[in-house]
Design a protein around this ligand. Structure first.
Ligand SMILES: NC(=O)c1ccc[n+]([C@@H]2O[C@H](COP(=O)([O-])OP(=O)(O)OC[C@H]3O[C@@H](n4cnc5c(N)ncnc54)[C@H](OP(=O)(O)O)[C@@H]3O)[C@@H](O)[C@H]2O)c1
Length: 209
């Protein structure tokens, strides 16, 4: 499949690395075209940088951006994401306090984004519980990373699950898009224990049964 990554930062690099490893086509978009070009070159595997107002080629569009900026970007790129699968990877932490999320109780970034996308566009929550360095590596201590996925469109979730499994990761469908509320809290918890437990953003959350 073809994947468009909006945001040539740490997570854009990590998800791009995994997508290329899984044999998928990647195109990168950034507000700085030079950054998109640099990342595309670094990713290799035929990855390209998309310039100007060219339509997005990906069936899946990953917004590797911060909250609440993701909401402006989704509106900005509205015409170019219509009918596609939009992936929200954000951990919308309130960066004023660092002790809560910035979203309203009973909502999530992903649900807010779902309220902004054009009709026929599906929103999937994924990758927010994995840190960029571990995601780029694909594993921690020999264990494939778990990618927790939430969404209301089964076909859309299957596409994101395929992307993860082709990349050597373990996708886990955790339910409807409203589960993004718990995923965002889980991502926040994982972030908030890094310093106290001295984990250095090298840990991963893993389900064993
Ligand atoms: N880092 C992690 O380990 C991690 C783990 C899980 C989830 N997340 C989530 O992933 C998201 C991205 O985090 P990150 O660490 O990858 O951030 P980052 O390194 O700052 O990357 C974001 C990139 O997107 C660019 N950008 C911002 N607005 C844009 C727009 N409208 N159109 C195109 N490009 C735009 C930024 O450009 P500028 O530099 O010019 O602003 C920057 O290059 C966040 O929501 C974060 O909560 C991160």
């Amino acid at each position: 499949m073809k994947v468009t990554i909006v945001g040539a930062g740490k997570m854009g690099r990590a998800i791009g690395t995994r997508a290329v490893a899984g044999g998928h086509e990647v195109e990168v978009v950034d507000r700085d075209p030079a950054e998109a070009g640099k990342l595309a070159e670094e990713l290799g595997g035929g990855a390209t940088a998309l310039e100007g107002d060219a339509p997005f080629g990906g069936d899946v569009v990953v917004f590797a951006l911060y909250y609440p900026g993701i909401k402006d970007a989704v509106s900005q790129y509205s015409d170019r994401i219509a009918g596609k699968v939009v992936v929200d990877i954000t951990n919308p932490v309130d960066t004023q306090t660092w002790d809560r999320l910035a979203t309203k109780p009973g909502s999530s970034s992903a649900e807010e984004v779902a309220g902004l996308v054009p009709e026929g566009t599906s929103v999937v929550k994924a990758f927010n519980t994995t840190f960029a360095p571990t995601l780029a590596a694909g594993e921690v201590a020999g264990h494939a990373l778990d990618v927790l996925i939430a969404g209301d469109d089964e076909a859309a979730k299957k596409k994101v699950a395929q992307l993860a499994s082709d990349a050597g990761l373990r996708p886990l469908d955790v339910g409807p898009l409203s589960r993004a509320q718990q995923l965002e809290q889980l991502g926040f918890l994982h972030i908030s224990i890094q310093e106290p437990l001295g984990l250095g953003y090298a840990s991963t959350l893993k389900l064993h049964s």
